[in-house]
Design a binder for this molecule. Structure first.
Ligand SMILES: Cc1cc2nc3c(=O)[nH]c(=O)nc-3n(C[C@H](O)[C@H](O)[C@H](O)COP(=O)(O)O)c2cc1C
Length: 205
């Protein structure tokens, strides 16, 4: 039998057409984000935030900043997935539950802090790269969580990031990396598109 994760990878498609008459509950939204945050992040930094834009008024505001893409309002919820610019100074707090769970010895924390300090402190480019990686892993995991819950999803980069930051009150350390619309898909959506052949994208060394 095909493993359900393999099936999800094979079946998932980008939803362009949502059934605008069907909403999802705040509990479902919370569950999607709970699952999304199971994605891995560098040093377990968890430098992300998910803004769930789900009221008709707020979705309309967001759509104006997102190339007037209809799916921003037709999706039950459109997430603004943010990555946060950060460095080792958040790590003590982020790793404390890992130590408390008995996974990591307390003595290891300072080593991770030193590594993260080397990588990120006063390195705005690397911080930005990490923010984008973190939010992208979160978005990818959210997309598959949505699929597993019978929902379609639509990642979008067609938006004005500065305007979204300003209008939705993002912090100066927050990068709006991607919008992801989630809701019930209509049957007319295209299937997953063919991909480039492996010979073009895979190199064995
Ligand atoms: C990072 C990213 C940004 C995207 N931005 C948009 C967008 O702004 N508008 C849109 O209609 N589709 C957008 N797409 C959807 C892509 O066109 C779609 O995922 C791609 O064609 C593959 O579709 P499939 O997964 O259904 O095969 C985006 C996808 C990704 C991954």
């Amino acid at each position: 039998m095909t493993h359900p994760i393999i099936s999800a990878i094979e079946e998932r498609r980008t939803t362009n057409l949502f059934d605008a008459s069907r909403g999802i509950s705040d509990d479902q939204i919370s569950e999607l984000v709970r699952l999304a945050t199971r994605a891995p992040t560098s040093f377990n930094l968890q430098n992300w935030r998910f803004v769930a834009v789900r009221s008709p008024e707020q979705k309309t505001r967001l759509r104006k900043l997102a190339w007037d893409q209809a799916k921003v309002t037709e999706a039950a919820v459109t997430f603004i997935i943010c990555g946060q610019l950060t460095d080792e100074r958040v790590l003590a707090e982020r790793l404390a539950p890992v130590v408390a769970a008995g996974i990591m010895p307390a003595t290891m924390v300072s080593g991770w802090e030193a590594g993260a300090r080397n990588l990120y402190r006063d390195q705005p480019w690397r911080q930005r790269d990490e923010a984008v990686r973190t939010a992208t892993f979160g978005a990818g995991t959210l997309i598959f969580a949505a699929h597993a819950l019978g929902l379609g999803s639509s990642p979008m980069i067609g938006f004005d990031p500065d305007a979204v930051s300003q209008e939705f009150g993002l912090g100066p350390d927050e990068v709006p990396v991607m919008l992801v619309g989630v809701g019930y898909a209509t049957p007319e959506n295209w299937p997953q598109k063919p991909r480039r052949p492996l010979s073009q994208v895979l190199e064995f060394v």
